[in-house]
Ligand binder design. Structure first.
Ligand SMILES: *[C@@H]1O[C@H](CO)[C@@H](O)[C@H](O)[C@H]1NC(C)=O
Length: 230
């Protein structure tokens, strides 16, 4: 511990310290958070496209404990309980993608450049399908642990022994959420945290909800202004 402390002091003295401590989980503060629907209603389907940003810039590796960055939209039965499943189609990036088992270059996200990611609940299974240019590139079915109540986005960084740099803004487009029963005020549980939303509304009395676009801001993972450390 003492040597890490001494190194941090030295780095601070030469002005080179990243503002996040090593091995931190850091979340960008630009996200949407939707749920829960009222009564016994739950989310039975969500479809959207993700227009991903360029890969992060300014990330720094420091040995084998690589930083990595993810952007995702996920669905869960709880408001973030670690014990509940999070069904989460995801974009991952790491300076050395192969070190994370992904055969991509440092200029590419793992999963896609342009992805359309629907998931649906069928017979108590959650079916996630990732398609790119109308071709299925990833598919997964998992048992549903409890009815889905929440849908939210995240920008996530694991600093490793380095730092994540920053990731440009990105867009979630054509988001459609289908409920098991009508909730005419589902828009009241759509929280927008430093994102802009085209307008989340229902045209069928509260079963199907849609917005054309949610725009996520640029996140500097190395800045405490843009992030929360968990
Ligand atoms: C939006 O998503 C729906 C499926 O939910 C699809 O049928 C439609 O073509 C999409 N629209 C655009 C503009 O991509």
């Amino acid at each position: 511990m003492r040597s890490v402390y001494a190194l941090t002091q030295l780095a601070a003295a030469i002005g080179a310290v990243a503002s996040q401590p090593a091995d931190s989980w850091v979340f960008g503060n630009s996200l949407f958070y939707l749920g829960p629907p009222s009564g016994n209603s739950h989310i039975t389907k969500a479809t959207y496209s993700i227009v991903p940003p360029s890969v992060p810039s300014g990330a720094k590796s420091n040995g084998d404990d690589e930083p990595w960055v993810s952007v995702w939209v996920g669905a869960s039965s709880t408001a973030g309980d670690q014990d509940a499943n999070l069904y989460q189609p995801i974009f991952n990036w790491c300076p050395d993608q192969e070190s994370q088992g992904c055969p991509a270059t440092a200029q590419e996200w793992c999963v896609a450049a342009s992805t359309y990611t629907p998931f649906a609940v069928v017979n108590s299974m959650v079916v996630q399908t990732v398609t790119m240019n109308d071709k299925i590139i990833s598919k997964e079915s998992d048992a549903l642990d409890a009815p889905l109540q929440y849908l939210y986005s995240s920008n996530e960084c694991y600093t490793g022994a380095g730092s994540c740099g920053s990731v440009d803004g990105w867009k979630i487009t054509n988001l459609t959420v289908t409920l098991s029963g009508a909730d005419t005020s589902f828009d009241s549980v759509m929280s927008l945290d430093s994102v802009t939303d085209a307008e989340f509304k229902s045209t069928d009395g509260g079963i199907t909800w849609h917005t054309d676009r949610i725009t996520v801001n640029t996140i500097d993972f190395d800045s405490s202004d843009d992030t929360q450390v968990q």
